[in-house]
Design a protein around this ligand. Structure first.
Ligand code: FES
Length: 505
């Protein structure tokens, strides 16, 4: 079994575009080479705008390459919730933007002949308990009200024990990593410049723009689009975002399974099930789920076991073949933040919940219009500066109380252990106190230790060990780091301070 996304098997992480090698200029700089950054880069370049993408690692290697690759008009937050919190018109505009984004993806794949296992298929929400049926009924009514074709049936052919099945036809899925690589190629063809292995370290406000300092030089730009999932260097908006992590397990299927995206309602949350092909053309069944706040549980292998048990209890599957984790951020008021954020210079796109492939493309279309000063009907609903105190209050309060708890917990002195390092087993990580300071200590399979400062460089919370992914995860806003403290994802601009050794163990 591999502890990595199945999509990497056919499209490995490798350098396709050289890193920045000197100081350069652009009209628009995009930070992040996932679906959002590449979509903005592609659409802007097609308009003749001089645009550059700065990617810390490789195109599509972050959240895009960890997603399930499902494309659907539905939303994780549910349209009936949007209608009850806002109104019918807001829900209609959301659906319209997602539909337009899916059409754009379809056209790009066709026009540029992107080989990404793209397939038209249905999206299905399955009620596995009687209690889940009213939710499906409410969502069906909402879909009909906003003009989306859908059916609601009492049974599901794929889940025989289901109590109801809500279906939207003519949705799609693809291999998100291959799509990102194809989209990058199309963007470059249109004139966009992509720099891989170029990590942003700092933003400096200068006349007529921003000077972006990276690990390999600087880029001066009139406008900046922060397309890094959680916008790096923007502390205020992170207080509105809830960082969540889910896991995916994949297993070889022994009997044919119909194509489609299946969300199976589990109490408050759903599991997402679909088939996917690996790099050698073999088909696997994927199951994603078990959402939880990043960094707030050390024991995450249990979550993988639950997903595996779920698959085994329902389907004829063989051994697990892949497991991996995927991160998402929820906005405070059900709708992502996409648009102009600061002085007409900084644009951002975040808060997609689990629906990022389509929202990332919506961001590409919307931000391209905004940068060109063109009117766009979606601008208002996605405005990242919107003030929705009533609509946001519940979640903002809950998320920030949770962050405060974690911050305070991190400052409670640990019980002193005579020799804290001795109690760390091979393959295990722990936060320990040495001379009154907190450190993240990891012992590898050979028994060697790596030690990092446990203080998250973003806003000072204490990181926690994640035993399923062997990483240090911050419970406050979701920054994640390797065993030697190297930044993986999240709002932090810096690594954890590495104490020893300097090499990855
Ligand atoms: Fe904000 Fe760690 S991610 S304090």
């Amino acid at each position: 079994m591999k502890n990595e996304s199945i999509w990497k098997s056919g499209a490995p992480d490798t350098l396709r575009y050289p890193g920045l090698s000197s100081d350069v200029e652009a009209e628009v700089a995009i930070i992040g080479g996932g679906i959002t950054g590449l979509s903005v880069g592609f659409f802007l370049a097609r308009q003749g705008i001089k645009v550059s993408v700065l990617e810390a690692t490789y195109v599509g290697s972050g959240t895009t390459g960890s997603s399930t690759g499902n494309l659907y008009i539905a939303i994780d937050e549910m349209y009936h919730e949007v209608i009850s919190k806002y109104d019918l018109e807001t829900a209609r505009l959301l659906a319209e933007s997602r539909k337009r984004a899916m059409v754009a993806i379809d056209e790009i794949i066709g026009q540029y002949q992107i080989d990404c296992d793209y397939k038209k298929t249905s999206w299905n929400l399955i009620a596995e308990t009687r209690d889940a049926v009213p939710k499906l009924e409410k969502e069906y009514n909402a879909l009909i009200q906003i003009g989306i074709e859908a059916t609601l049936s009492a049974k599901s052919a794929v889940f025989p024990d289901a109590h109801a099945c809500l279906t939207i036809p003519d949705q799609a899925h693809f291999n998100p990593k291959k799509y990102a690589i194809g989209l990058a190629k199309a963007a470059v063809q249109a004139g966009c410049i992509i720099y891989e292995e170029t990590r942003v370290l700092e933003f400096e406000d200068v006349d007529n723009g921003v000077l972006i300092h990276t690990t390999r030089g600087s880029l001066r730009s009139r406008k900046v689009v922060k397309a890094t999932h959680s916008p790096i260097g923007e502390k205020l908006i992170t207080t509105l975002l809830g960082p969540y992590r889910e896991y995916v397990v994949a297993a070889r299927i022994k009997t044919p399974f119909p194509s489609g995206t299946y969300w199976t309602q589990q109490d408050e949350h759903h599991y997402s099930v679909r088939t996917a092909m690996d790099g050698s053309g073999q088909t696997h069944l994927l199951c994603l789920g078990e959402p939880h706040k990043v960094g707030q549980d050390e024991e995450n292998t249990e979550r993988l076991k639950k997903l595996e048990t779920y698959l085994r209890n329902r389907f004829d599957v063989g051994k697990l073949t892949y497991t991996w984790g995927a991160q998402h951020y929820k906005s405070a008021d059900l709708i992502p933040y996409i648009g102009i954020y600061n002085n007409d210079k900084i644009f951002l796109a975040t808060g997609y919940s689990t629906d990022g492939l389509v929202y990332g493309t919506v961001a590409g279309l919307l931000i391209t219009d905004l940068i060109q000063g063109k009117p766009n009907d979606w601008q208002e609903i996605y405005d990242p500066k919107r003030k929705n105190p009533i609509k946001s209050a519940g979640r903002v309060f809950k998320e920030n109380l949770n962050v405060l708890n974690e911050f305070v917990k991190g400052r409670i002195p640990f019980r002193w252990e005579a020799d804290p390092l001795q109690n760390i087993e091979k393959g295990e990580g722990k936060v320990v106190v040495i001379d009154g300071k907190k450190y993240g200590v990891y012992r590898n399979a050979q028994g060697e230790l790596s030690v990092v400062s446990a203080i998250c460089p973003h806003m000072g919370c204490i990181v926690r060990w994640n035993n399923a992914e062997r990483s240090w995860d911050c419970p406050c806003h979701g920054s994640r780091f390797t065993t030697t403290g190297k930044y993986i994802e999240g709002p932090s601009l810096q690594d954890l301070i590495n104490i020893l050794p300097s090499q990855e163990l």
